[in-house]
Design a protein around this ligand. Structure first.
Ligand code: KG4
Ligand code: ZN
Length: 334
């Protein structure tokens, strides 16, 4: 038996999971409600909460897998990108555990982790495949040539797609994070209610700051009283219109990457991959272009440690272990 513990603390979720012989045995995510009232993640509060939660979350993941610390073959941990103070909590804990148990430490890039959410059971894409990573901090299209060999074909030049969802959610008066809230309401709205302008860059790059500003200007066109009444009457329509624009921009970029590479195996990962509009648009594109599409289960779209344990397990198998000198790298790239 080979059991790998995964630890994820790059942002505001304290997560631990165990993969045994390549199969997910447990996955625990503790979210931090402390940020809701600030409408976004407060880094100092995030790292303090990680310190409070890391030990109980790991204990629970082990208990749910029916294992003891001594059963672990390796500890894998996100070491970047993310918030420095948050990364350091998970990384320091993982290093201590690896040192104490005398087992290998496996550093995982958070984005690579999202990619490995495609390898948590069920059908898997075979390299070379394309993967769109869409989250709160990142939006990029990656070509996966083999396990652990990636080339980035395009990325956002400003905001990430999830960031745009969250900022627009805030403008519309929705709680944080706005992504799931917008998604839920968009299902009941008219996507053609407002034709928000789409930004299409050359190649496979994206830009989402324009659409956010368009929504702001649109709302600023009303007096305070009118705006409240308009939101009351048309919140669903505005959510649907905004979501349709973001989805169109994402799918257009992905379609270009498909045309450019001729690759027909496509993965979609990261928090925004939970978006129902994006999933629907991608399945339509798949039908038209005869693609094979892979998406993680909804619970593995948002940040979790199952994906880190899955990546860690495969890296361990490939002998790609880290030294205990591994450092937190907030700006780490794929
Ligand atoms: O992957 P993730 O949990 O964290 C990062 O690595 O950033 O992604 C979080 C992001 C947030 O911006 C959240 O609003 C967005 O994913 N998100 C969604 C949906 N579910 C989560 N955005 C749109 N529609 C959703 N259903
Ligand atoms: Zn993430």
């Amino acid at each position: 038996m080979r059991a790998v513990l995964g630890i994820e603390t790059s942002c505001d979720d304290t997560a631990a999971a165990v993969v045994v012989d390549g199969v997910l045995a447990s996955s625990v995510v503790s979210s931090q409600p402390v940020h809701i009232r600030y409408g976004g993640v407060v880094p100092e509060l995030a790292s303090r909460d990680h310190q409070r939660m890391i030990v109980p979350v790991v204990r629970q993941a082990l208990a749910e897998a029916g294992l003891a610390y001594e059963d672990l073959a390796a500890v894998s941990v996100t070491h970047g990108p993310g918030l420095a103070g948050s990364l350091l909590v998970g990384l320091s804990y993982a290093k201590g555990l690896a040192w104490g148990l005398d087992i290998p430490l496996v550093g995982v890039n958070h984005l690579e982790g999202h990619l490995f959410s495609l390898f948590l059971g069920g059908a898997e894409p075979a390299p070379p495949f394309l993967c769109m990573i869409v989250s709160g901090g990142h939006t990029q299209v990656v070509q996966v040539d083999s396990n652990f060999s990636y080339s980035v074909l395009g990325r956002t030049r400003d905001d990430a797609a999830g960031e745009a969802f969250d900022k627009v959610g805030k403008l519309l008066g929705l709680p944080y994070p706005g992504g799931p809230e917008v998604d839920r309401r968009a299902a009941f709205g008219d996507p053609s209610f407002v034709d928000f302008p789409r930004t299409h860059l050359k190649g496979v790059d994206f830009s989402f700051s324009g659409i956010k500003t368009s929504v702001l200007y649109y709302l600023n066109g009303f007096s305070d009283r009118e705006r409240a009444a308009h939101l009351e009457a048309h919140l669903e329509d505005l959510c649907a219109s905004f979501q349709a624009a973001v989805v169109e921009m994402l799918v257009r970029g992905l379609a270009r990457a498909i045309r450019k590479t001729g690759i027909k195996e496509i993965g979609l990962v990261g928090g925004v991959s939970a978006n129902s509009g994006l999933r629907l648009a991608l399945s339509r594109l798949a039908e038209r272009e005869r693609l094979r599409v892979f998406v993680p289960e909804i619970e593995h779209c948002m940040d979790n440690a199952a994906m880190i344990a899955a990546a860690g397990y495969r890296k361990l198998e490939a002998g790609r272990v880290s030294s205990l000198a591994l450092t937190a790298e907030p700006g780490l790239r794929l």
